[in-house]
Design a protein around this ligand. Structure first.
Ligand code: T3D
Length: 263
């Protein structure tokens, strides 16, 4: 049997998903996208999983769509179908995942690979990593949410430059521009992400999921609508076991023991 193109390991609340085609810089085949999608779907419903970490095997995070993975040699794939059936659901699953999703960008993240990383809640990158909106190089437009994420993360001017010039943005500059949460030295990346994942795996998972929802809604809501949404979500967080535990622990001057359970 061939090796899975997505490695999956769940330990102490942390699900690690590793894109696993290192010789091809983890370029996405349809098989890999299907494995990633089903792993994310399972993670969303799995109470044992409280954090997801997505990374790549070898020297790259992901080089985007595997440009050799075509049904008919010499023909371009049906991009609309590929996006609708594979990339878009993955980006939406990451966004709607009721728990944090961390990207550990261990090398280049190109094309849709960059934009899958940008869909994650917290993006850590090694110093040698870079982010490349490669699409213009091959006559395509940025997809997998790139045109939505980039202006919001780095502003319109930088988004245009990244997309139109299609040059790699080094991790250090990505951090300075606010594209990612943190750049760390390459040899510290795994440990840094592990520590963050463990910390989040013992946090109030339900409230973190609701926080993701509130932040996502803010880009289209009015202030009044957002205040309403915060009120509704806070009611649910406050009534949840972790909401009660958090306040009890504060009053009792002890560390909280969060279960991650929903209301
Ligand atoms: O119609 C649609 O497809 C719609 C969907 C679009 C979504 C997309 O993601 S489009 C964008 C696709 N990605 C790219 O255009 C990036 C292509 N890759 C590169 O430009 C370069 O590989 C990198 C800049 C990422 C890294 O360069 P370098 O010099 O470090 O590595 P390399 O030598 O180019 O690549 C190493 C191997 O990985 C090589 O294989 P080989 O020759 O050793 O057998 C190369 O062919 C393979 N590889 C890298 N990227 C891809 C790939 N193979 C297939 N597809 C790739 N995207």
């Amino acid at each position: 049997m061939s090796e899975p193109t997505v490695l999956s390991a769940l330990e102490a609340g942390v699900l690690r998903l590793t894109l696993n085609r290192p010789a091809k810089l983890n370029a996405c085949t349809r098989a890999m996208l299907a494995e990633l999608r089903s792993a994310l779907e399972a993670a969303a419903d799995d109470k044992r999983c409280r954090v997801v970490v997505l990374t790549g095997a070898g020297r790259a995070f992901c080089a985007g769509q595997d440009l050799f993975d075509v049904d008919v040699p010499g023909q371009v794939p049906d991009a609309a179908e590929l996006l609708a059936s594979a990339y878009n659901p993955i980006v939406e699953l990451i966004g709607s995942m009721p728990k944090p999703v961390l990207a550990a960008v261990n090398g280049i993240a190109a094309g849709a690979g960059a934009n899958i990383a940008l869909a994650c809640d917290l993006i850590y990158a090694g110093r040698s990593a870079s982010f490349l909106q490669a699409f213009a190089r091959i006559g395509l437009i940025p997809d997998a949410g790139g045109t939505w994420q980039l202006p919001r993360l780095v502003g319109a001017a930088r988004a245009r430059g990244l997309c139109l010039f299609a040059e790699p943005l080094p991790a250090e500059k990505a951090e300075a521009w606010g594209l990612i949460w943190k750049m760390v030295e390459d040899d510290k990346l795994a440990a840094e992400v592990e520590a963050a994942a463990q910390r989040l795996a013992s946090a109030a998972t339900y409230a973190l999921g609701l926080t993701k929802r509130a932040l996502a809604a803010s880009s289209t809501n009015t202030l009044a609508a957002q205040l309403d949404l915060e009120r509704a979500l806070q009611e649910r967080a406050g009534a949840s076991p972790d909401g009660r535990e958090g306040i009890a622990a504060f009053l009792e001057k002890r560390a909280p023991r969060f279960s991650g359970e929903s209301a």
